[in-house]
Design a protein around this ligand. Structure first.
Ligand code: SF4
Ligand code: SF4
Length: 104
């Protein structure tokens, strides 16, 4: 599992690197974020949730049926919106109400 960082969207804030528990994210010479050790990423999604500019996506690999789709997330009004962009350009969205997410 790994992430994709869109250099065009990156604002060089460094927050993704600060929250990665494996210190896997570094900086390019121009200050944008870069993934240093893609094979070590376990897909915890901390960096994706921290990036407020939508610059980081999680690759959904074949092992979980994602077939190379990319997933981003944004939060609004107590809800998480997980946005999936498939390789054919189609999209899907999963909405999670954070207030309800811990109810059984
Ligand atoms: S959190 Fe987003 S904008 Fe900030 S450095 Fe990381 S990728 Fe760039
Ligand atoms: S998904 Fe988790 S482990 Fe992977 S780069 Fe982001 S913060 Fe680090």
């Amino acid at each position: 599992m790994s992430i994709f960082i869109d250099k065009e969207k990156c604002k060089k804030c460094g927050k993704c690197a600060a929250v990665c528990p494996g210190s896997l994210i570094g900086k390019n010479p121009d200050g944008t974020a870069c993934m240093r050790y893609p094979k070590d990423c376990w897909g915890c999604s901390s960096c994706i949730k921290e990036c407020k500019f939508g610059a980081i996506a999680l690759y959904l690999g074949a092992d979980i049926g994602g077939m190379g789709s990319k997933m981003t997330v944004n939060a609004e009004d107590g809800k998480l919106y997980w946005n999936i962009e498939k390789r054919d350009g189609t999209t899907e969205q999963v909405v999670i109400n954070q207030k309800e997410s811990n109810k059984y």
